[in-house]
Design a protein around this ligand. Structure first.
Ligand SMILES: C[S@@+](CC[C@H](N)C(=O)[O-])C[C@H]1O[C@@H](n2cnc3c(N)ncnc32)[C@H](O)[C@@H]1O
Ligand code: SF4
Ligand code: SF4
Length: 346
């Protein structure tokens, strides 16, 4: 979508959509993912042949750790401390990020992870900081990643919509619209009201389409396993919203590192031997208190390996814990990694 860097979820869904699951071709795809991981491991970690840049291609930034919804397939622990990122922490991160050429490898910064980004009370100031560093990078002739935002859109009111569009900082925005019908949306996105969602998206799209710098838009739709990854069976009102945005991604649920039980995955043989995890290889996640965790499947911060307020991003990237995880994946010892042993995410 939008000619973006494709992450492993999107890569996987692309193939599931076209060739279905449990096929020989699909096994080949998994095999190729393993080969790709092995090559990257060899280039970036084993031989150090690529010294000038990191293996990280995307960084997620979590503005707040809490959420207004209770989606049935999400693993976010709503009892964990409610933390919001300070402007100082965000500046601290970007200062380090743009001054280290090692991280010019990063193609996309996602302004979301767990939680709901639009609940940040100083959204405008936070976007201004991102914009400031985007401009600083431009002035210095430094490559700056594209900036993406994903929201549940329930608090995408007039003020937030205007803030986002006027900030001019986003390269694309996506909305989460699970289900396939109004009824399933409200079941899967517990606490969300379909009518509010429709009103917010419609209004955002109107404002956005009329703005001088239209932000490309998209939708992510999680669908039940019993349905096909296409729109044929969806309700007309659901399809109408899908047609309002520039692109959409239909996906099946994964198990968030083993933190949610997905009925359809329960009886599947665990791939504990699997070589590689592309999220571990290519991602880092900045949490509201400055902690860094290793991947976006870790919604409850169990894989924290450092904090940007005490150490540089480069030091954290090179942490022995992370390297040990990569090595274990290389050796097919996924089951020895606590965070990953039950993960069917990648
Ligand atoms: C964790 S949310 C964070 C951003 C924001 N709160 C939202 O819902 O848009 C990121 C995305 O994960 C999707 N999601 C939730 N549970 C999922 C699961 N079990 N498998 C795959 N995607 C899931 C949601 O639909 C949403 O698009
Ligand atoms: S998927 Fe997003 S909106 Fe739903 S509970 Fe999780 S973080 Fe909140
Ligand atoms: S929990 Fe482990 S296996 Fe799952 S995506 Fe994260 S790093 Fe990869």
């Amino acid at each position: 979508m939008f000619g973006l860097q494709v992450n492993s979820f999107e890569f996987k869904n692309f193939f599931v959509q076209r060739i279905g699951k449990s096929t020989f071709v699909w096994r080949m795809v998994e095999f190729l993912q393993g080969v790709s991981f092995s090559i990257d491991y060899w280039l970036y970690y084993k031989t150090n042949l690529i010294k000038s840049k990191s293996s990280i291609t995307e960084i997620n930034i979590e503005f707040v750790s809490y959420c207004n919804l209770r989606c049935t397939l999400c693993s976010l622990d709503h009892d964990k401390p409610k933390i919001r990122m300070s402007e100082e922490t965000l500046k601290h991160f970007f200062e380090d990020f743009i001054s280290d050429p090692h991280f010019r490898s990063v193609k996309t910064i996602h302004l979301y992870n767990a939680g709901e980004v639009l609940l940040h009370p100083r959204l405008e100031a936070m976007l201004d900081i991102v914009k400031l560093y985007k401009q600083k990078a431009k002035e210095k002739g430094i490559f700056f990643p594209q900036i993406a935002l994903l929201t549940n859109a329930i608090v995408l009111n007039e003020k937030n919509s205007t803030t986002i569009i006027n900030s001019g900082v986003l390269d694309y925005i996506r909305f989460s619209m699970d289900g396939g019908s109004k009824e399933m949306f409200e079941v899967m996105r517990e606490r969300a009201k379909w009518d509010v969602f429709v009103k917010n998206i419609t209004h955002f799209c109107e404002l956005n389409n009329n703005s001088a710098r239209k932000i490309p838009t998209g939708i992510i739709t999680l669908v039940e396993y019993k349905n096909k990854l296409n729109t044929k069976w969806m309700s007309e009102e659901f399809k109408k919203l899908l047609s309002m945005v520039d692109g959409y991604e239909l996906r099946y649920a994964h198990n968030w590192g083993g933190e949610v039980e997905i009925e359809e995955l329960k009886n599947k043989k665990k791939k504990t031997y699997k070589v590689g995890c592309s999220l571990l290889m290519h991602q880092l996640v900045l949490l509201p208190n400055g902690d860094i965790t290793v991947c976006c499947a870790d919604l409850n911060s169990k894989g924290v390996i450092g904090n940007v307020l005490n150490e540089s991003l480069r030091t954290i990237y090179n942490k022995p814990q992370r390297k040990d995880m990569l090595k274990k994946f290389m050796q097919g010892k996924k089951k020895e990694i606590d965070l990953c042993k039950d993960c069917e995410t990648f």
